[in-house]
Write a protein that binds this ligand. Structure first.
Ligand code: BES
Ligand code: MN
Ligand code: ZN
Length: 475
C-alpha cells in the first residue's frame, strides 16, 4: 500500500531515495547543476517525458527524475501526463520513496493538486490480477511525499480512496465473464457492505418476477446465469434524499439471438463496467465517509442466445407497465435499465444518474475521450460536465429532443427497443427517459471510455473520478 504525505522542505534536502523535479519547455530550471545536466542530455521538457539522473551534485536523494510539463502555464492535462511518466520512471528504477516538487497549475488549488496527485499516482500502479495466479507483483513505490506548505493531508486520503474505487472498477471489468457473473457482482456488493457497514439487498429472479420486471427478465432468460438486482446504500447525511446511481451490469453481451459478429467479442465482458463504476464509486464514498446519502442499484444479467432466449419481435411488459417490442435482442442494456429506473423510485431519489456501456454509436460520435451525457434536467447535466472537467474524466452533452423519441415508435407495443440507424446514442437515452420521468435524471454512455482496446487492453476505472467529484461537489 502506497503512503502519501505532505512535506515542507526544499527538494535538494530530501533524503529519501529520489526526488521528482518538474521542468517547463520555456523556463530554465532553478538548480544550476540540474540545468546543466538537462541541457547536456538535450531534454526537451515535453509533457510526459522523463529524464532519470543519478547522484546529482547538491541533492541528498540518489535519484533525480526530471519530468516535462510542456509550456507554461502548466495545464491540468499536462500535469497528469507528467505524473504517469513519474510512475513509470519510479517503477522501472524500482524506487521505494520519492518527493514530488510543488508546481503551479493553471486554475487549480492545493486541494486539487493533493487529491489528483494521490489518485493518479496510486491508479498508475494498478495491475491486472491474472486468473490462477495468487498474487500480483506489488508496485515497488512505498511512499510519496508531496512538497507543500499546507498542514492538512485530508485530500491525499480522498485521492487514495478514489483510486481504490477505480481499482475495484478496473478489476471487475478486467475479470473474464466466466468468473465475473451476476452472482459474482452480488457477492462483491455483499462484501463491500460488510467491509463498510452498508445496507445491501439482492433481489433474485423470483423477486423481480413478483415486481413485474418483464423487460429485465426477458434478457436474462436465455442464460444459465441467474439475474440479480443489487441495491447498496450508504447513509452519511441522516434522512436526506439519496443520490442514486444505476449501473448496467451485463456480464457478457453476446447480442443474444441478434448475435454480434465474432471479431472482438471478448470485449463484451466489459459490458458490466457501468455496474463496476457505481460499485467503485460507492467504495470511494464509503472510504471517504462523505456527509451524503448514496444508493447504488445494479441490474445484472448475461445476454446469451438460446432456445429460450428472447427473439426479435417479442413483446414484453416492463415494471412501469409500458410494453416493449424487442426488435433487436442486442439492445439489451436499455431493457434491464428501464426496470431498474422504475425500481429506484422507491428510494425517493434527489437525483438518479445511470452509467452504461450502452451504444457503439457513442464511440463513433465522441471517440474514447469524452463519455456522452444526456439528461432531463440541464442543471444536473451542467454539474456532471463541471465535475468531469475538475476530475479530468470528461463528459460531452448530446441532445434529447422529442423528434428523436419519435423514432422509437412500434406498431405492436408502446415502443420498440431500437430507433434505427441514426443517432443511436440519443435514441437509446430517449428510451431510458421514458422510465425516468418522476425525478431529475442523467445518463452517462461510457461505451467509449470504460476500457481501452489494443495492446493495453483493459478497464480504465472511468467514470469513477467524474461521479466521485460530482458527489464531493454536493457535500
Ligand atoms: N453493449 C453494447 C454497446 C457497445 C458496443 C459497447 C460496442 C461497447 C462497444 C450494447 O448492448 C449494444 O449492443 N448496443 C447496440 C445497439 C443497437 C442494437 C441499437 C449497438 O450499439 O450496436
Ligand atoms: Mn448489446
Ligand atoms: Zn450491451
Amino acid at each position: 500500500m502506497m503512503e502519501f504525505s505532505l512535506i515542507n522542505q526544499t527538494i535538494q534536502h530530501f533524503d529519501g531515495d529520489s526526488v521528482v523535479v518538474f521542468s517547463n519547455t520555456d523556463t530554465n530550471l532553478n538548480d544550476a547543476a540540474l540545468r546543466q545536466l538537462v541541457e547536456l542530455n538535450q531534454f526537451e521538457s515535453k509533457a510526459g517525458k522523463a529524464l532519470s539522473l543519478n547522484l546529482v551534485e547538491g541533492f541528498k536523494a540518489k535519484h533525480v527524475i526530471v519530468v516535462g510539463l510542456g509550456d507554461t502555464p502548466t495545464t491540468d492535462k499536462n500535469y497528469i501526463k507528467a505524473l504517469v511518466a513519474v510512475s513509470d520512471a519510479l517503477t522501472t528504477a524500482k524506487i521505494k520513496s520519492t518527493m514530488i516538487q510543488q508546481v503551479e497549475i493553471e486554475g487549480c488549488d492545493q486541494q486539487w493538486m493533493q487529491r489528483t496527485t494521490a489518485r493518479v499516482m496510486q491508479n498508475a500502479t494498478y495491475q491486472i490480477q491474472k486468473v490462477g495466479a495468487d498474487q500480483t507483483d506489488e508496485s515497488p513505490v512505498e511512499s510519496i511525499a508531496m512538497q507543500s506548505d499546507a498542514d492538512n493531508a485530508h485530500e491525499l486520503a480522498q485521492g487514495q480512496a478514489i483510486a481504490n474505487g477505480m481499482a475495484l472498477t478496473r478489476h471487475l471489468g478486467d475479470l473474464p465473464s466466466n468468473v465475473c457473473t451476476p452472482t459474482y457482482l452480488a457477492d462483491t456488493a455483499q462484501a463491500l457492505a460488510t467491509e463498510f457497514d452498508l445496507d445491501c439487498e439482492i433481489l433474485e429472479e423470483s423477486d423481480m418476477s413478483a415486481l413485474g420486471m418483464g423487460s429485465l427478465l426477458s434478457v436474462s432468460k436465455g442464460s444459465i446465469e441467474p439475474p440479480k438486482l443489487i441495491s447498496l446504500s450508504y447513509v452519511g447525511n441522516g434522512d436526506a434524499n439519496p443520490i442514486v446511481l444505476v449501473g448496467k451490469g451485463v456480464t457478457f453481451d453476446s447480442g443474444g439471438i441478434s448475435l454480434k459478429p465474432g471479431a472482438g467479442m471478448d470485449e463484451m465482458k466489459y459490458d458490466m463496467c457501468g455496474a463496476a463504476s457505481v460499485l467503485g464509486t460507492m467504495r470511494a464514498v464509503a472510504e471517504m465517509k462523505l456527509k451524503v446519502n448514496l444508493t447504488i442499484v445494479v441490474p445484472t444479467v448475461e445476454n446469451m442466445p438460446a432456445h429460450n432466449a428472447s427473439k426479435p419481435g417479442d413483446v414484453v411488459t416492463s415494471m412501469s407497465g409500458q410494453t416493449i417490442e424487442i426488435l433487436n435482442t442486442d439492445a439489451e442494456g436499455r431493457l434491464i435499465l428501464c426496470d431498474a429506473l422504475t425500481y429506484v423510485e422507491k428510494f425517493n431519489p434527489a437525483v438518479v444518474i445511470d452509467t452504461a456501456t450502452l451504444t457503439g454509436a457513442v464511440i463513433v460520435a465522441l471517440g474514447k475521450h469524452h463519455c456522452g451525457v444526456m439528461a432531463n434536467d440541464q442543471d444536473l447535466a451542467d454539474d456532471l460536465i463541471t465535475a468531469g472537467k475538475t476530475a479530468l474524466d470528461t463528459a460531452w452533452q448530446l441532445p434529447l429532443d422529442d423528434e428523436y423519441d419519435e423514432l422509437l415508435k412500434s406498431n405492436f407495443a408502446d415502443m420498440g427497443n431500437i430507433g434505427g440507424r441514426e443517432a443511436g446514442t440519443v435514441t437509446a437515452a430517449c428510451f431510458l427517459a421514458r422510465y425516468a420521468k418522476n425525478y431529475r435524471w442523467a445518463h452517462l454512455d461510457i461505451a467509449g471510455t470504460a476500457w481501452v482496446s489494443g495492446a493495453k487492453k483493459g478497464a480504465t476505472g472511468r467514470p469513477v473520478p467524474l461521479l466521485t467529484q460530482y458527489i464531493l461537489d454536493q457535500v
